[in-house]
Write a protein that binds this ligand. Structure first.
Ligand code: PLP
Length: 396
């Protein structure tokens, strides 16, 4: 596995220097060296995509379309699926919301990141389930009662790191004539996200979370809704033909939703990351998750946030409530005194995080007031056991 570009040592308040423990990778991951190299290699040839003749344009157009193919392979896209480059997962899910056929309801659980909660026009919300099995049963029950065109679920929670039963949910959705979209923002950096294997119809993810921070994301999946909908942005590239009186024939395929000059470097960066991550297993990360959770369990003032049972499968994300500390001040002290970067807040999943904070606090001390924010440690490539141990020692 290629290395990560790291900032090296940072200076602490007491004058010591330590290597920075970046435990906020779920928000934005550092850059893979192969990604930076792929971008640097292309830069001397940087030119227009789909819009010119000459060596630069030919190369850039080729690289852009090759990037699309690499991403399609990475995602196990089926023949006929479309891969659209977007800005990020939020943009990808907003695009999907625009192409859902008029009047079709979209079902989500109240456990979603706001990017998968807010874009939909007509929605059916289900309570956050307490286990993967409950999620499947609740979906089946809801779809028996209510007709939906799309079910959109996270593949791995950005709050708890818990992995959702996407394949089983897709089976249920399909039995009731609905499609299934996967928000893979937090799964894609850690495990394969394969449309065919998962049986999902759409998948969205962000480049900056898969170690490719050059401003691109992806929506991939069934072409028919994408080709039938109005273009996401009206403009050049999306238009196949425009008359003198501004009558327009729109393009089909990815071009329909990629109006304007595309983000070539973003696409090339994502493709480089996909090549690197394809098929990668991350046993070291699983060991770090277990180590961190075991260490947190020993701290009397700390309780992890979880929706499913303690044995549920997780990616490298662990959020927790810390009693008796202001979360913001705690994060500042972790940074300045220990060289650790974490995230505090409600993680753009307000309903879920508030509920889990209250539950975690009650498990620790039923008479205590829940903190207003949680602390999240998230990790992946570049994280070491020493980083985890430093966090545990600091919290202790
Ligand atoms: N979905 C999940 C599960 C996320 O964790 C995030 C970001 O943290 C998003 C969607 C939105 O991603 P982006 O900010 O890259 O659009």
């Amino acid at each position: 596995m290629s290395t990560i570009l790291s900032p090296g040592d940072v200076k602490l308040r007491d004058g010591r220097s330590v290597d920075f423990a970046n435990l906020d990778i779920a928000a934005t991951a550092p850059c893979l060296r192969v990604v930076a190299d792929a971008v640097a290699e292309l830069l001397p040839f940087y030119g227009s995509v789909h819009r010119g003749a000459g060596a630069l344009s030919e190369r850039c157009t080729r690289e852009y379309e090759q990037a699309r193919e690499t991403v399609a392979d990475f995602l196990g896209a089926r023949d006929g699926d479309t891969v659209v480059f977007t800005r990020n997962t939020t943009d990808a899910l907003n695009l999907l919301a625009r192409v859902v056929p008029e009047g079709a309801a979209v079902l989500t659980f109240d456990a979603e990141h706001h990017a998968n909660l807010l874009p939909w026009k007509k929605t059916v919300h289900l309570d956050a389930p307490r286990s993967p099995q409950e999620a499947v049963a609740a979906l089946e029950d809801a779809l028996r009662r209510e007709r939906c065109g799309l079910v959109s679920v996270t593949a791995a929670s950005n709050v708890t790191g818990e992995v959702w039963p996407v394949t089983a949910l897709a089976d249920v959705a399909h039995r009731f004539g609905a499609r299934l979209a996967v928000d893979a923002a937090q799964l894609a950096p850690h495990a394969p996200v394969d449309l065919t294997a998962l049986g999902a119809d759409y998948v969205a993810f962000s480049g900056h979370k898969v170690y490719a921070p050059f401003g691109a994301g992806v929506l991939a999946g069934r072409a028919d809704w994408l080709d039938a909908a109005e273009p996401y942005l009206a403009g050049g590239g999306a238009s196949a033909h425009v008359d003198d009186d501004a009558g327009v024939r729109w393009a089909t395929g990815p071009a329909r939703h990629e109006a304007g000059t595309p983000n070539l470097l973003g696409a090339v960066a994502i493709a480089a990351a996909c090549r690197e991550l394809a098929g990668a297993d991350h046993p070291a990360e699983r060991a770090l998750v277990a180590r961190l959770r075991a260490g947190l369990a020993e701290l009397p003032h700390v309780e992890e946030l979880r929706l499913f049972g303690p044995e549920a499968q997780r990616v490298g994300i662990v959020s927790f409530a810390v009693l008796g500390e202001d979360p913001g001040e705690l994060a500042t002290r972790l940074g300045r005194d220990h060289g650790i970067g974490v995230r505090t807040g409600l993680f753009c999943a307000h309903p879920l995080t508030r509920r889990l904070l209250a539950e975690a606090t009650a498990r620790l001390d039923p008479s205590a007031q829940a903190p207003a924010q949680a602390v999240r440690a998230s990790f992946g490539l570049g994280t070491t056991q020493a980083h985890i141990d430093r966090l545990l020692a600091a919290l202790r």
